[in-house]
Design a protein around this ligand. Sequence first.
Ligand code: SDX
Length: 428
Amino acid sequence: MTKSAKLTIGEKVIDLPIHSPTLGPDVLDIRKLYAEADVFTYDPGFTSTAACESTITYIDGDKGELLYRGYPIEQLAERSHYLEVCYLLLYGELPNAAQAADFEYRITRHTMLHEQIHYFFRGFRRDSHPMATMVGVVGAMSAFYHDSLDINDPWQREVAAIRMIAKLPTIAAMAYKYSIGQPFNYPQNHLDYAGNFLHMCFAVPAESYTVNPVLAKAMDRIMMLHADHEQNASTSTVRLAGSSGANPFACIAAGIACLWGPAHGGANQACLEMLREIGTVDRIPEYIRRAKDKDDPFRLMGFGHRVYKNFDPRAKVMKESADDVLGLLGIENNPTLQVAKELERIALEDEYFVSKKLYPNVDFYSGIILDAMGFPTSMFTPIFAISRTVGWISQWKEMIGDPTQKIGRPRQLYKGEKTRDYVDLRHR
Ligand code: SDX
């Protein structure tokens, strides 16, 4: 029996269907509201709005749960690896051995870029932020890969997805190398996905480079934790761009641009810079005070979340990884990690953070690990972008493949001027 809600507006009573999900809250279907009642709903920031139907990722913000195709992130982080998670997000099921081998083969053999794209980097200043370079180069991929632009061809959609997942690490590593004036490294097919990325970032022609398996495993785990996250700002950007029929490379470039913001994917860079600015444990109270001061725009970066009103499950796994990696690197007394742990302890006991349900999010500890690996803070969000590309492209494929899909076109609450006549300059 279909559930519904009755909405009374003046003399009108509108029947609105209610849809029940597999997990999470029911949704009120308002698609016919404007046609029948001549009113819009109003929800800036979409805090109460389901923009689409999806089967990919589920978050329970109160329980601190994150599922990729039903599998808890904790189990995947412990037992899976990034390319297997990519397969799961893209195709909906964990691969068997043959499927996993084929997928890894296809990704590995798409990691190189069209050689001419190397020249594209030369147009940037050396001190360009790697995110600026990535937005440019990923968007420019639509100028090089004409055989995977037709969004109506399922095969071309598949090729575009493989190319994006395979090439983002290469592009991010090139952006990094370019920013430090070192030569690009080509991908190495004998290395796994995370190890290949570390090699492309840190190898130099002057000496041989051996991937540290502990760092490669930590990088792979970071990538798994960031792979997808429901309809977050950058994923919604990719969906909205895709809804106009834009090619997949342009859509992912739009997602990268949105992720860059410090309220979103840029928070990992902002968080580590904040921890460094705090510097020592004794300065934490000053920053806690500023974070609570309504007149001070300062916020604790890496804290709070639109959905999680409990611990971000990714932050828990990341915190364990931070202890592992820094311990193995012999820097467990890293002052930044000490400040982070003390800041977390103090904040979680503070009434302001408790009452507003502000907990550490995925960005709170990730920067500490990446810093320990030798990455500059400017590379933190590019690494988030590499990881999230599979989520973006999976959500994009789901939307494009939906026969009911239409162009996204929100309306507004207009508070501007009523119609008025033009006044010639001589009368103004
Ligand atoms: C990501 O959406 C996703 O899924 C994103 C992400 C993903 O994987 O895609 O999880 C990745 O973006 C994680 C979030 C990274 N951002 C940061 O760490 C930046 C710091 N956090 C804040 O900017 C904020 O918490 C947001 C943007 C994350 C969430 O903002 P909301 O949901 O709009 O929360 P809000 O601004 O309405 O805050 C509620 C209250 C406000 O106080 P009041 O107006 O009610 O008095 O809490 C306060 C805020 O001022 N608050 C904070 C705070 N975050 C919220 N106060 C101090 N420090 C903070 N970090």
